[in-house]
Ligand binder design. Structure first.
Ligand SMILES: [Zn+2]
Length: 268
Protein backbone atom coordinates (compact mmCIF):
# COMPACT_ATOMS: atom_id res chain seq x y z
CA UNK A 1 0.00 0.00 0.00
CA UNK A 2 2.69 2.38 1.16
CA UNK A 3 4.69 2.01 -2.05
CA UNK A 4 1.80 2.50 -4.47
CA UNK A 5 2.26 6.24 -4.93
CA UNK A 6 5.94 5.62 -5.70
CA UNK A 7 5.07 2.91 -8.21
CA UNK A 8 2.56 5.11 -10.00
CA UNK A 9 5.06 7.96 -10.05
CA UNK A 10 7.61 5.57 -11.52
CA UNK A 11 5.10 4.37 -14.11
CA UNK A 12 4.29 7.95 -15.02
CA UNK A 13 7.93 8.89 -15.25
CA UNK A 14 8.54 5.85 -17.47
CA UNK A 15 5.69 6.88 -19.75
CA UNK A 16 7.13 10.35 -20.06
CA UNK A 17 10.57 8.92 -20.74
CA UNK A 18 9.11 6.75 -23.50
CA UNK A 19 7.25 9.68 -25.02
CA UNK A 20 10.38 11.83 -24.76
CA UNK A 21 12.38 9.12 -26.54
CA UNK A 22 9.88 8.93 -29.35
CA UNK A 23 9.85 12.70 -29.68
CA UNK A 24 13.64 12.72 -29.81
CA UNK A 25 13.64 10.06 -32.53
CA UNK A 26 11.13 12.05 -34.60
CA UNK A 27 13.22 15.20 -34.04
CA UNK A 28 16.39 13.32 -34.97
CA UNK A 29 14.83 11.98 -38.16
CA UNK A 30 13.64 15.49 -39.03
CA UNK A 31 17.14 16.83 -38.46
CA UNK A 32 18.62 14.14 -40.70
CA UNK A 33 16.16 14.97 -43.51
CA UNK A 34 16.91 18.69 -43.07
CA UNK A 35 20.59 17.77 -43.39
CA UNK A 36 19.94 15.82 -46.63
CA UNK A 37 17.88 18.70 -47.99
CA UNK A 38 20.64 21.19 -47.15
CA UNK A 39 23.23 18.97 -48.87
CA UNK A 40 20.97 18.72 -51.91
CA UNK A 41 20.53 22.51 -52.06
CA UNK A 42 24.28 23.16 -51.61
CA UNK A 43 25.07 20.46 -54.20
CA UNK A 44 22.60 21.91 -56.72
CA UNK A 45 23.97 25.41 -56.07
CA UNK A 46 27.57 24.21 -56.54
CA UNK A 47 26.51 22.49 -59.79
CA UNK A 48 24.99 25.75 -61.09
CA UNK A 49 28.14 27.68 -60.10
CA UNK A 50 30.29 25.11 -61.90
CA UNK A 51 28.16 25.21 -65.07
CA UNK A 52 28.01 28.93 -65.89
CA UNK A 53 26.57 28.12 -69.34
CA UNK A 54 23.24 27.35 -67.66
CA UNK A 55 22.73 30.94 -66.50
CA UNK A 56 25.09 32.77 -68.88
CA UNK A 57 24.33 31.80 -72.48
CA UNK A 58 27.16 33.74 -74.21
CA UNK A 59 30.81 32.84 -74.05
CA UNK A 60 34.17 33.45 -75.73
CA UNK A 61 37.62 31.97 -75.14
CA UNK A 62 40.89 33.84 -75.53
CA UNK A 63 44.16 32.15 -74.62
CA UNK A 64 43.37 30.12 -71.53
CA UNK A 65 40.63 32.38 -70.21
CA UNK A 66 36.98 31.73 -70.95
CA UNK A 67 34.45 34.47 -70.41
CA UNK A 68 30.72 33.90 -69.90
CA UNK A 69 28.07 36.59 -69.90
CA UNK A 70 24.31 36.93 -69.86
CA UNK A 71 24.65 39.47 -72.73
CA UNK A 72 26.29 39.19 -76.15
CA UNK A 73 30.06 39.62 -75.84
CA UNK A 74 32.04 42.03 -77.99
CA UNK A 75 35.61 43.24 -77.80
CA UNK A 76 36.67 40.80 -75.07
CA UNK A 77 39.95 39.76 -76.71
CA UNK A 78 42.19 42.58 -75.43
CA UNK A 79 40.59 42.46 -71.95
CA UNK A 80 41.13 38.71 -71.60
CA UNK A 81 44.69 38.92 -72.92
CA UNK A 82 45.39 41.73 -70.45
CA UNK A 83 43.94 39.68 -67.55
CA UNK A 84 46.03 36.64 -68.54
CA UNK A 85 49.17 38.79 -68.79
CA UNK A 86 48.49 39.98 -65.22
CA UNK A 87 48.07 36.51 -63.70
CA UNK A 88 51.20 35.38 -65.53
CA UNK A 89 53.21 37.87 -63.44
CA UNK A 90 52.54 35.57 -60.47
CA UNK A 91 54.92 32.66 -59.81
CA UNK A 92 51.96 30.64 -58.50
CA UNK A 93 50.05 30.92 -61.79
CA UNK A 94 49.01 27.33 -62.61
CA UNK A 95 49.10 27.89 -66.41
CA UNK A 96 45.71 26.20 -66.63
CA UNK A 97 42.41 27.47 -68.08
CA UNK A 98 40.28 29.74 -65.90
CA UNK A 99 36.71 30.89 -66.24
CA UNK A 100 35.07 34.22 -65.48
CA UNK A 101 31.34 34.98 -65.68
CA UNK A 102 29.82 38.47 -65.79
CA UNK A 103 26.39 38.85 -64.22
CA UNK A 104 24.78 41.91 -65.81
CA UNK A 105 21.23 41.19 -64.72
CA UNK A 106 20.42 41.82 -61.07
CA UNK A 107 18.69 38.49 -60.48
CA UNK A 108 21.70 36.55 -61.74
CA UNK A 109 24.05 38.70 -59.71
CA UNK A 110 21.97 38.16 -56.57
CA UNK A 111 21.84 34.42 -57.22
CA UNK A 112 25.62 34.04 -57.56
CA UNK A 113 26.76 36.74 -55.10
CA UNK A 114 24.27 35.71 -52.34
CA UNK A 115 25.25 37.59 -49.16
CA UNK A 116 28.25 39.39 -50.69
CA UNK A 117 25.97 42.04 -52.18
CA UNK A 118 28.46 44.91 -52.18
CA UNK A 119 31.33 42.94 -53.73
CA UNK A 120 32.62 43.59 -57.25
CA UNK A 121 33.48 39.93 -57.66
CA UNK A 122 33.15 36.63 -55.82
CA UNK A 123 35.31 33.56 -55.61
CA UNK A 124 33.99 30.31 -54.10
CA UNK A 125 37.15 28.24 -54.53
CA UNK A 126 37.29 25.24 -54.00
CA UNK A 127 33.50 24.89 -54.44
CA UNK A 128 34.04 26.15 -57.99
CA UNK A 129 36.95 27.54 -59.99
CA UNK A 130 34.57 29.87 -61.87
CA UNK A 131 34.79 33.46 -60.64
CA UNK A 132 31.84 35.84 -60.92
CA UNK A 133 31.88 39.57 -61.59
CA UNK A 134 29.32 42.36 -61.52
CA UNK A 135 27.88 44.20 -64.52
CA UNK A 136 30.59 45.33 -66.90
CA UNK A 137 31.20 47.12 -70.16
CA UNK A 138 33.62 44.71 -71.81
CA UNK A 139 34.56 46.99 -74.73
CA UNK A 140 35.41 49.80 -72.28
CA UNK A 141 37.23 47.38 -69.92
CA UNK A 142 35.09 48.71 -67.07
CA UNK A 143 33.16 47.15 -64.22
CA UNK A 144 30.23 48.85 -62.50
CA UNK A 145 30.43 48.87 -58.71
CA UNK A 146 27.58 48.52 -56.23
CA UNK A 147 27.07 52.30 -56.52
CA UNK A 148 26.20 51.85 -60.21
CA UNK A 149 29.25 53.89 -61.27
CA UNK A 150 32.22 52.39 -63.13
CA UNK A 151 35.12 51.45 -60.84
CA UNK A 152 37.92 54.01 -60.88
CA UNK A 153 41.36 53.24 -62.35
CA UNK A 154 43.45 51.18 -61.85
CA UNK A 155 40.48 48.88 -61.30
CA UNK A 156 39.59 47.88 -64.83
CA UNK A 157 37.58 44.80 -65.78
CA UNK A 158 40.85 42.96 -66.51
CA UNK A 159 42.07 43.97 -63.02
CA UNK A 160 38.97 42.37 -61.45
CA UNK A 161 39.38 39.21 -63.54
CA UNK A 162 43.02 38.84 -62.47
CA UNK A 163 42.21 39.72 -58.83
CA UNK A 164 39.50 37.06 -58.51
CA UNK A 165 41.49 34.39 -60.40
CA UNK A 166 44.42 35.08 -58.04
CA UNK A 167 42.19 34.02 -55.13
CA UNK A 168 41.74 30.66 -56.91
CA UNK A 169 45.50 30.42 -57.51
CA UNK A 170 46.36 31.06 -53.84
CA UNK A 171 43.64 28.62 -52.75
CA UNK A 172 44.99 25.96 -55.10
CA UNK A 173 48.58 26.67 -54.06
CA UNK A 174 47.90 26.49 -50.32
CA UNK A 175 45.52 23.52 -50.52
CA UNK A 176 43.31 21.95 -47.92
CA UNK A 177 46.01 21.97 -45.22
CA UNK A 178 45.79 25.76 -45.15
CA UNK A 179 42.02 25.70 -45.70
CA UNK A 180 42.77 27.05 -49.19
CA UNK A 181 43.02 30.79 -48.67
CA UNK A 182 40.47 31.12 -45.86
CA UNK A 183 43.03 31.38 -43.09
CA UNK A 184 45.25 34.03 -44.63
CA UNK A 185 45.29 37.41 -42.88
CA UNK A 186 43.05 39.76 -44.88
CA UNK A 187 45.96 42.04 -45.83
CA UNK A 188 47.82 39.06 -47.33
CA UNK A 189 44.80 37.52 -49.09
CA UNK A 190 43.51 40.76 -50.60
CA UNK A 191 46.89 42.47 -50.82
CA UNK A 192 48.34 39.73 -53.00
CA UNK A 193 45.18 39.46 -55.17
CA UNK A 194 45.31 43.23 -55.63
CA UNK A 195 49.04 43.14 -56.39
CA UNK A 196 48.55 40.59 -59.19
CA UNK A 197 45.33 42.36 -60.22
CA UNK A 198 47.19 45.57 -61.06
CA UNK A 199 49.80 43.55 -62.93
CA UNK A 200 52.50 42.78 -60.38
CA UNK A 201 55.41 45.14 -59.81
CA UNK A 202 54.18 48.31 -58.18
CA UNK A 203 55.70 51.68 -57.37
CA UNK A 204 55.94 51.04 -53.61
CA UNK A 205 57.35 54.50 -52.80
CA UNK A 206 54.49 56.21 -54.64
CA UNK A 207 51.85 54.19 -52.79
CA UNK A 208 53.58 54.87 -49.47
CA UNK A 209 53.76 58.60 -50.22
CA UNK A 210 50.05 58.63 -51.08
CA UNK A 211 49.19 56.78 -47.89
CA UNK A 212 51.19 59.33 -45.86
CA UNK A 213 49.43 62.18 -47.69
CA UNK A 214 46.04 60.77 -46.61
CA UNK A 215 44.88 59.57 -50.06
CA UNK A 216 41.51 57.90 -49.27
CA UNK A 217 42.24 55.16 -51.84
CA UNK A 218 45.02 53.98 -49.49
CA UNK A 219 42.58 53.57 -46.58
CA UNK A 220 40.58 50.36 -46.52
CA UNK A 221 38.51 51.75 -43.63
CA UNK A 222 37.39 54.71 -45.77
CA UNK A 223 36.92 53.24 -49.22
CA UNK A 224 36.89 49.44 -48.82
CA UNK A 225 39.38 49.15 -51.66
CA UNK A 226 42.53 47.10 -51.24
CA UNK A 227 45.33 49.50 -52.21
CA UNK A 228 46.38 49.74 -48.55
CA UNK A 229 46.87 45.96 -48.46
CA UNK A 230 48.56 46.04 -51.88
CA UNK A 231 51.10 48.53 -50.54
CA UNK A 232 51.99 46.11 -47.70
CA UNK A 233 52.22 43.10 -50.05
CA UNK A 234 54.35 45.09 -52.52
CA UNK A 235 56.57 46.38 -49.71
CA UNK A 236 57.41 42.86 -48.50
CA UNK A 237 57.72 41.34 -51.98
CA UNK A 238 59.75 44.12 -53.59
CA UNK A 239 61.50 46.10 -50.84
CA UNK A 240 62.08 43.23 -48.43
CA UNK A 241 62.64 40.58 -51.09
CA UNK A 242 60.09 38.11 -49.76
CA UNK A 243 58.99 35.27 -52.02
CA UNK A 244 55.26 34.78 -52.62
CA UNK A 245 55.47 31.68 -50.40
CA UNK A 246 56.94 33.79 -47.59
CA UNK A 247 54.14 36.32 -48.01
CA UNK A 248 51.47 33.59 -48.00
CA UNK A 249 53.04 32.07 -44.86
CA UNK A 250 53.03 35.38 -42.98
CA UNK A 251 51.04 35.45 -39.77
CA UNK A 252 51.64 39.16 -39.17
CA UNK A 253 48.51 41.14 -38.40
CA UNK A 254 47.91 44.22 -40.54
CA UNK A 255 49.06 46.43 -37.65
CA UNK A 256 52.28 44.40 -37.27
CA UNK A 257 52.94 44.53 -41.02
CA UNK A 258 52.33 48.27 -41.03
CA UNK A 259 54.68 48.72 -38.03
CA UNK A 260 57.39 46.70 -39.80
CA UNK A 261 57.06 48.98 -42.83
CA UNK A 262 57.16 52.13 -40.68
CA UNK A 263 60.33 50.84 -38.97
CA UNK A 264 62.13 50.57 -42.32
CA UNK A 265 60.08 52.63 -44.81
CA UNK A 266 60.40 52.39 -48.59
CA UNK A 267 62.95 54.82 -49.99
CA UNK A 268 61.17 57.85 -51.38
ZN1 LIG B 1 39.54 39.79 -53.28
Amino acid sequence: MGDRPDNSRLALAGGRAQLGGMGFRVFNRGLRWAGYLLLLVVGAYAAVLNLPGVLFPYHVTEGRLRLYSDQPIQGAGPVLRDAQRRIETSPIDDRRPHTVAIANSEWRRKLVFTIQGGAAGVNYYPLTGVVYLRRADIGQNQLYGASGRPAAPPRTLSYYMAHEITHSLTGEHLGIARLWNRRLPQWVREGYADYVGVGGRTDVADLYRREKAGDPDLSFARTHTYAEFRLLAAYFLQDQGWTVDQLLASTLTKAQAQAAMEASPPKL
